[in-house]
Design a protein around this ligand. Structure first.
Ligand code: ATP
Ligand code: MG
Length: 646
């Protein structure tokens, strides 16, 4: 069988390497491939001493651990630092507030560029303690879960850290989810308390959070109290006895609160996956291993240094926000930037305006945002001074990094295409900015302690050794955990993604294994075809699925989003097919190219190919659960468009 990757190997795109810019490498934590290889070897050959050293360098323990690691994939009983004790909020706040009380912990920017707040470590600690005390007064006990349904604002960070302080696992639900999705998650995590806001505003639009909570609470019987942040001041229903204004509850509390000493393996939080492939799973992350992994990856993958202004423009509702807005950066005593607005408001230059104003040094976002911005012209970047940037990060999907690197980074930055999952807690495959020569579109090499399976091959990506950040279970469903991740391949963790490791050892994620299309015996990753389509300068974004085909088994059906002001013409459709022919080969040419009005995406911006597959196959009665869609209306538009072509 000819695999697509054999042909690809010849393509210059897969062989071209960009050297690390000197300005990034100089003084970086990991500044050469030799250093990377040395540490990597150590992390694999001597994991106990490697992680022991890091855990003592980066974390402060209330009771030192004597055991680094036990258990394994076979029984799904992985444990790290199992007899150690620590408090995560102490690690993220107190110890920095003691040393550098006036250092800015959080810079927050709201919907409008005029809404900016700077919060010091001392202030963040005091607010967190007040909130923790308020939660205790409402009856929250160690071990009981708290649901957080808040906009991407400092209070969300205080709420997470306050939970950590008193040992109550939090379950943050992204505040774009509907009442039904929220109710599902509350029911599953059995939260007694919900922390929410009256409303939020995004892009000038008012989002009625309290209304959603009121509806959700009716469908779940665990909730006893709702702590309510007055955010917009809009009028909301207030239920006496159940609802409590957050500012009133916090006002009367002390600014100190004794942190609970937690076992390293106690749950820190539950977080539901984005649901691209099915019902969301409540993944459980721990106090010790998770925090260490978030902190170390933050430090080395973004090459965080003392005076940096580090920005991750995700939402705290996702694992990216947990690990790389809150826990990783704050554990390292960094200044972390939180953004509640939209990248296109007031215009498509918003990100770069923020970079200029705050002198941001690391900027971490998702490819979907970059693609949206690339629909507009470069002047939206060029009018700003973004030379403070050193590291540009990307997460969530494969990125075609050319535009990110050239337009934003002006080739003076390192791009870190970080591959990881809610399950992994932190980065699995990623370049290190000061060390790894970049191949555009490749997540490159394994992070320390990560052992990906396979050699110069393509296949499914499995990891053969437990790492500190791995999720320990699915809340209340260990059986599903075993079935989904650990029992698929013996003694391995199964990621669900396809990968190709090239002759230089670089890893290329080829998309979810479920998304692989088999055309006449050629296994083709959706992301490969999509990558080829977006090389056409009029294509902004593409999503491909397989449809049943009498002769070939499956044929490729491509949905294409055009850049602003580009007209659909028969010539353009032919050119798009041509782009796939030249980049991959004639056998991968899509049978159908549909110019789509939009793509169905989860609220974290991921394309739900499952739905596109059903639409392409005409199985409209089998669309299934669409509740995690960001904009359900898009689906109707796509269905209409596809129908009109048939
Ligand atoms: P669900 O598991 O419920 O279907 P999900 O997989 O979308 O949802 P996440 O944990 O947020 O939920 O996403 C992880 C997935 O995102 C990875 O398994 C992979 O498919 C994709 N991904 C993440 N980073 C990258 C990257 N840098 N390159 C390619 N794919 C990536
Ligand atoms: Mg997943």
């Amino acid at each position: 069988m000819v695999s697509v990757t054999d042909l690809q190997k010849e393509h210059p795109l897969f062989n071209e390497r960009h050297e690390v810019p000197d300005r990034v490498s100089k003084g970086s934590h990991i500044s050469s491939m030799a250093q990377y290889e040395k540490y990597y070897r150590e992390s694999i050959e001597n994991p106990e001493s490697f992680w022991q050293q890091r855990a003592n360098e980066l974390l402060t323990w209330t009771k030192p651990f004597t055991k680094v690691f036990s258990g394994g994939f076979e029984n799904g009983d992985v444990k790290w630092f199992e007899d150690g004790e620590l408090n995560v909020s102490y690690n993220c706040l107190d110890r920095h507030a003691e040393r550098t009380p006036d250092k800015v912990a959080i810079i927050w920017e709201g919907d409008s560029p005029n809404q900016v707040e700077h919060i010091t470590y001392k202030q963040a600690l005091e607010q967190t303690c007040r909130l923790a005390n308020a939660m205790k007064e409402l009856g929250v006990k160690r071990g009981e879960s708290v649901c957080i349904y808040l906009p991407n604002c400092p209070t969300a960070a205080y709420a997470m850290l306050a939970c950590a302080r008193i040992g109550a696992p939090h379950s943050v639900v992204f505040a774009g989810f509907s009442a039904d999705s929220l109710a599902d998650r509350i029911r599953d995590s059995k939260s007694k308390l919900i922390i929410t806001a009256d409303q939020s505003t995004r892009g000038g639009k008012v989002i009625p959070l309290k209304q959603a909570v009121d509806d959700a609470v009716k469908k779940s019987d665990s909730v006893q109290h709702v702590l309510l942040l007055q955010n917009t001041g809009g009028k909301v229903h207030f239920e006496k006895g159940r609802d409590v204004w957050l500012h009133e509850a916090m006002e009367k509390q002390s600014t100190t609160c004794q942190p609970e000493s937690m076992n390293a393996e106690d749950p820190l939080f539950y977080l539901y996956t984005s649901g691209s492939t099915g019902t969301p799973k409540g993944l459980v992350h721990t106090q010790g291993g998770y925090l260490l992994y978030a902190a170390l990856t933050h430090l080395w993958v973004f090459d965080y240094r003392e005076n940096d202004i580090y920005a991750c423009v995700a939402d705290v509702g996702w694992i990216t926000g947990h690990s790389y807005i809150v826990y990783g950066p704050l554990c390292n005593g960094a200044t972390t930037f939180m953004f509640e607005g939209l990248p296109t408001l007031p215009d498509a230059g918003r990100y770069w305006d923020m970079v200029q104003r705050h002198k941001i040094t690391q900027f971490y976002t998702a490819p979907t945002a970059i693609r949206t911005l690339m629909k507009f012209d470069d002047t939206f970047v060029k009018r700003y001074d973004v030379t403070s940037l050193r590291v540009l990060g990307s997460v969530g999907e494969p990125i075609n990094p050319e535009s990110y690197n050239e337009v934003v980074g002006d080739k003076k930055c390192s791009i870190v295409d970080t591959y990881w999952q809610t399950e992994s807690g932190g980065h699995l495959l990623t370049p290190l900015p000061g060390a790894t020569p970049q191949k555009a579109g490749s997540a490159s090499f394994a992070f320390f302690g990560i052992v990906p399976e396979g050699n110069s091959v393509s296949g499914v990506l499995c990891i053969s050794k437990p790492w500190p950040g791995i999720t320990r279970t699915i809340f209340n469903d260990h059986e599903r955990y075993m079935k989904t991740y650990l029992n698929v391949y013996k003694n391995k963790y199964f990621t669900g993604d396809g990968v190709w490791k090239d002759q230089d050892g670089y890893h290329w994620i080829t998309g979810r294994v479920d998304d692989v299309i088999n055309v006449s015996g050629h296994r083709i990753g959706t992301s490969e075809v999509e990558g080829a389509l977006v090389t056409h300068n009029k294509c902004a974004e593409a999503a491909c699925v397989g449809v049943p085909h009498d002769v070939k088994g499956q044929a490729i059906f491509a949905y294409v989003i055009l850049k602003e002001n580009v007209e659909e013409t028969p010539e353009l459709l032919a050119e798009l097919k041509g782009a796939v022919r030249t980049h991959i080969g004639p056998f991968a040419t899509p049978d159908f190219v549909v110019i789509a009005p939009g793509l169905p995406k989860t609220r974290s911006g991921k394309i739900m190919r499952r739905l596109l597959r059903k639409i392409a196959a005409g199985e409209l009665d089998q669309l299934g659960d669409t509740s995690t869609l960001a904009d359900p209306h898009v689906l109707d538009l796509i269905i209409e468009k596809v129908k009109s072509l048939k």
